[in-house]
Design a protein around this ligand. Structure first.
Ligand code: NAD
Ligand code: ZN
Length: 336
């Protein structure tokens, strides 16, 4: 990412964009709620939800780019959640072999996670994010005032990723979230400044060292191995699924004698404080079946991001038998 504006305003976009000709990509809901603050540039809407994150939507965008005579001196400005930013970023980074684009993430999840790191793309044949590129946006602008309209479940999804950042790589952010849960949940500006700012610093540092996810970047997948399996098998929202995934990975870390039980409890306590689930909502067998299809699995072993302590993660192989034991424990309603 070339330029980052945190706690800035959508209203300033016109003076920040590097291009003369700009085209906004957004969705209906974001435009309805915040369109009055958009600069006077042409606006293209895409559909909402994962079912719109497709090559067909990208093709429709290419057609609009042609219609609006977009070229490499133009800039595509995505204003929306992770889906709008991923799809518009992919269309921009492939049209004419790559146009400049800027991201204006309007969900907490997109501000702390999706808009940083240069990954963009679409789903293909039921596989999430199968087709895409690594292309850094020209700028990212986070306007905290737009978050006020976010529904509660979307807030929780975002906090799950912020807690993930604290747990896997920033003990001070984790402690801040523990001490300031209410302020954070109320979206107090100073809390957002800290949480979004620290998340972006952490993630962009990792991405700078390992853009193509050959090593360190994998640690950002803490909670996501189980999370992705649960998203599919239990139809949970991403943040909820990742929350349970983090609880399981923490317990696995304790079982492997890496992490203290006290720290694992701190993680579960913080997830619950943000209204996120930690107990397994499906039968252990159903989840094991979903995991067996995971491409990271080899010979009864699956690679997990585990914790040595809050703020320090490691990638480690885990046997299916070890995992099954921990999953049965998380299923226990006493721990719910
Ligand atoms: N590129 C990456 O590195 C990366 C990282 C994490 C997630 N992602 C992707 O991000 C997507 C999820 O993003 P998301 O959680 O932002 O979901 P989303 O983009 O689906 O947005 C959620 C919903 O909130 C609405 N919305 C957006 N801003 C709003 C606002 N300010 N007020 C009220 N409603 C608003 C949208 O219309 C949408 O229906 C997934 O497809 C995921 O794969 C990408
Ligand atoms: Zn995630």
């Amino acid at each position: 990412m070339k330029r980052l504006f945190i706690d800035d305003s959508i209203g300033r976009l016109a003076s920040l964009s590097p291009a003369k000709k700009n085209l906004i990509v957004t969705d209906r809901e974001v435009r309805r709620l915040h369109g009055r603050n958009f600069p006077a540039w042409p606006v293209i809407e895409i559909g909402r939800g994962e079912s719109s994150k497709t090559l067909a939507t990208v093709e429709a965008l290419y057609e609009e780019f042609l219609k609006h005579e977009i070229d490499r001196s133009s800039c595509i400005v995505a204003i929306g959640g992770g889906i709008v930013c991923d799809v518009a970023g992919f269309a921009a980074s492939t049209f004419m072999r790559g146009l400049p684009f800027g991201s204006v993430p309007t969900t907490l999840l997109a501000q702390v996670d999706a808009s940083v790191g240069g990954k963009n793309g679409v789903n293909f044949k039921g596989y999430k994010n199968l087709v895409g590129t690594f292309t850094q946006p020209s700028f990212v602008l986070c306007d905290f005032s737009v978050l006020k309209t976010l529904p509660e479940d979307e807030r929780k999804n975002g906090f799950a990723e912020a807690i993930k950042h604290g747990a896997m790589g920033d003990a001070r952010l984790f402690a801040y979230l523990e001490k300031n849960t209410e302020k954070a949940f109320a979206f107090a500006p100073e809390a957002l400044q800290r949480i979004v700012g620290d998340s972006i610093v952490l993630k962009s540092g990792i991405v700078q060292r390992d853009e193509r996810e050959k090593g360190e970047r994998r640690k950002l997948n803490f909670g996501h191995t189980i999370g992705h399996a649960l998203e599919k098998s239990a139809c949970l929202a991403h943040g909820q699924a990742v929350s349970i995934g983090m609880a399981v990975a923490s317990r696995l870390s304790v079982a492997k004698r890496l992490l203290s039980a006290a720290e694992s409890h701190r993680i579960e306590r913080l997830l619950r404080a943000f209204g996120l689930p930690v107990a397994m909502p499906v039968r252990v067998d159903a989840l094991m079946d979903a995991l067996a299809k995971d491409k990271k699995r080899e010979n009864g072993i699956i690679h997990f991001v585990l914790l040595e302590r809050i703020g320090k993660s490691v990638t480690m192989p885990v046997r299916f038998s070890e995992l099954r034991e921990v999953l049965s424990e998380v299923r226990d309603p006493l721990h719910d």
